[in-house]
Design a protein around this ligand. Structure first.
Ligand code: XIL
Length: 316
């Protein structure tokens, strides 16, 4: 039988899974991660700011390198994640009372170092992660509050300079379907393109939940971004549910996985799909969403959930 990535490759796309450093010592887990199902990986935490620059101008690459080395050894691409975000920032950065000039040079220095270190080793960077609120206004965070929305162009330009070959993405959640947040992302990308700011792709996280319904108009939404002249990617797919799971919830979940897959397949510039780890054993969901889980195509014992896996495979 073909693997998910082999099926995706027949469509010119990849199928990937995020990972994280603690689980790289679980040999049953790594056997599947590197066993051909996945053509790409994303480090779930180890390229974030708190991991890569824990003290100002002191860079730490060991954990990110371990993910890159695993990917290289198993013929997987790396979607690097992430250079500029509001979360998982080191305290030296959040506790500083920076002027705009100081924060700009901190941002540029971080990107020059981190994207420079990984230049030639990663396929893409999520340069900016989660810039928007649900209503489409900019998120009130360190970056926006100090630098205004121009931090996004600054970050993209710095990333291009540091790694001219990486595809540069902006990534967000709840932008998969139509709506105010998606419109805001669309207008941002359109304006960046018009200004000649380097932007190659838009990432749609796709942290879905059975109980919230499927995002409306996903395929058309991906297509309108593609029509701006950028790649699109599904970057962090999972479909959680309120526990306990039952057959109706799992059936809905399988449909959601299939629908996301079909949407990407139908859009020529959708380059691939990444699930946010492949097994419930290492899913971020139970630790983040109280009472929810069972979000991934492999269960806690690393067994495929046949109905979910087959729904994806059939859609590829
Ligand atoms: C999550 C990781 O999976 C967790 O291990 C960590 O504790 C918090 O961050 N959107 C993103 C990812 O862009 O970086 C987040 O990853 C999940 C939500």
């Amino acid at each position: 039988a073909s693997t998910l990535n082999q099926l995706a490759r027949t469509q010119g796309k990849y199928f990937g899974s995020a990972t994280d450093n603690p689980e790289l010592s679980d040999s049953a887990y790594t056997a599947i991660l590197g066993g051909g199902e996945f053509g790409s990986t994303t480090p779930g935490n180890s390229m974030k700011w708190d991991a890569t620059e824990p003290q100002q101008n002191q860079f730490s690459y060991a954990r990110g390198d371990a993910v890159v080395d695993f990917a290289e050894a198993h013929d997987m691409m790396v979607r690097a994640h992430t250079l500029v975000w509001h979360n998982q920032l080191p305290s030296w950065l959040t506790s500083g009372n920076w002027s705009a000039t100081q924060l700009t040079s901190i941002l540029q220095n971080h990107i020059a170092n981190v994207a420079g270190h990984y230049a030639g080793k990663v396929y893409s960077w999520d340069v900016v992660n989660e810039p928007f609120n649900e209503d489409g206004t900019y998120r009130s965070d360190l970056w926006y509050n100090t630098l205004g929305s121009g931090y996004i162009a600054t970050a993209l330009r710095a990333a291009r300079a540091a790694d001219p070959n990486a595809k540069l993405y902006i990534n967000d959640y709840n932008t998969e379907g139509s709506g105010a947040k998606s419109d805001a992302m669309y207008n941002l990308v359109k304006s960046l393109k018009a200004q000649g700011v380097p932007i190659d792709g838009v990432g749609f996280q796709a942290h879905l939940a059975v109980q919230y319904g499927f995002p409306p108009g996903m395929q058309a939404n991906l297509q309108r971004f593609a029509d701006l002249g950028v790649d699109v990617a599904i970057t962090e797919l999972d479909v959680r549910m309120e526990l306990p799971a039952d057959s109706a919830k799992v059936a809905t979940q399988a449909t959601y996985y299939a629908n996301v897959t079909k949407a990407c397949i139908a859009v020529a510039r959708c380059v691939g799909i990444t699930i946010w780890d492949y097994t419930d054993k290492y899913s971020w969901v139970p630790g983040t969403f109280n009472g929810q889980g069972s979000a991934l195509p492999w269960d806690e014992n690393l067994n495929k959930k046949p109905s979910v896996y087959d729904a994806i495979a059939t859609a590829l």
